[in-house]
Design a protein around this ligand. Structure first.
Ligand code: CAA
Length: 263
């Protein structure tokens, strides 16, 4: 599939998807979501991709939300189909087995913040801003904002953002725990790539097992979560990396992880 609303590149095991509709501040229209869906499905099948980075074209916007032109003509039935499909696409991000970093380079509003929150964590440039402004359109978030935001920052902080629709700065988002790290704009991608390379150098079975344990464990009670962790721990021993990592430590050398399985 040829892409015209997103870009994709793969370097040293790190895939980067760039949302690319700068005239509409990278708002999510149907074509963009279709291309994004396709790219995510491809990445899920591609063993060469160890880490995925999502970012937006230009310095102004990551994603300014769902395309309001498309929202304007919906009736209730169409609204449900529309939002379910978009949500399915965005859920693919959290369901990817590999780590996904959001590199937020500007506006992350509505569906933009919802995409970023479906990633494993967020780095942002100093000029980024965040918000769920749907209330100002007479709407509520439809791609997970009422669910992921309170889980991320707590119910009361989330309600204030959801009820007012106000935007917050990167510094405020950092303070609230939405963003892991804030950088000057020109340092955003180098910082993201440095962390991505660090993760890509780790054993891929252990990285995947970690993501699975955290994500599945967070939606169940502690005892069930701990059982998920136990199973994921045992799963790591199907990989040669577990032997290599422990042996390298004992031999006082750096491990060389291959991500291959024991016979
Ligand atoms: N949909 C469609 N077009 C959008 C857009 C969106 N979400 N956001 C921005 N644009 C377009 C503008 O219409 C404008 O187009 P024209 O040049 O053709 O007029 C262009 O992008 C540039 O935008 P502005 O001139 O408005 O730029 P600004 O710097 O003055 O303001 C902004 C930037 C504060 C982000 C403002 O554009 C804005 O408020 N955008 C809407 C944000 C929003 O409400 N997002 C939530 C959408 S609903 C949603 O996401 C629901 C869901 O969960 C499923």
């Amino acid at each position: 599939m040829a892409y015209s609303n997103i870009g994709f590149e793969l370097q040293e095991g790190i895939g980067t998807i760039t949302f690319s509709r700068p005239k509409a501040l990278n708002a999510l229209n149907r074509e963009l979501l279709q291309e994004f869906d396709h790219a995510l499905a491809d990445i899920a099948r591609n063993d060469q991709v160890s880490v995925l980075v999502l970012t937006g074209e230009g310095e102004k916007s990551f994603v300014a939300g769902a395309d309001i032109n498309e929202l304007a003509s919906l009736d209730p039935l169409k609204a449900k189909t529309f939002v379910l499909w978009g949500l399915t696409v965005i859920n693919r991000i959290s369901e990817l087995p590999i780590p996904v970093i959001a590199a937020v380079n500007g506006f992350a509003l509505g569906g933009g913040l919802e995409i970023a929150m479906a990633c494993d964590f967020i780095y942002a440039s100093e000029n980024a801003s965040f918000g769920q402004p749907e209330i100002k359109l007479g709407l509520i978030p439809g791609y997970g904002g009422t669910q992921r935001l309170p889980r991320l920052i707590g119910i009361n902080q989330a309600k204030e953002l959801l009820y007012t629709g106000n935007l917050i700065s990167a510094a405020q988002a950092h303070q609230l725990g939405i963003v892991n790290r804030v950088t000057p704009p020109e340092e955003l991608m180098p910082a993201v790539m440095k962390t991505a390379r660090e993760m890509a150098s780790k054993g891929r079975v252990a990285i995947r097992a970690t993501k699975q344990a955290v994500n599945h464990g967070m939606s169940v009670d502690l005892a069930t979560g701990l059982r998920i962790e136990t199973d994921a721990f045992a799963l790591c021993f199907t990989s040669k990396d577990a032997k290599e990592g422990t042996t390298a430590f004992l031999e006082k050398r750096a491990p060389v992880f291959t991500g291959t399985f024991t016979e």
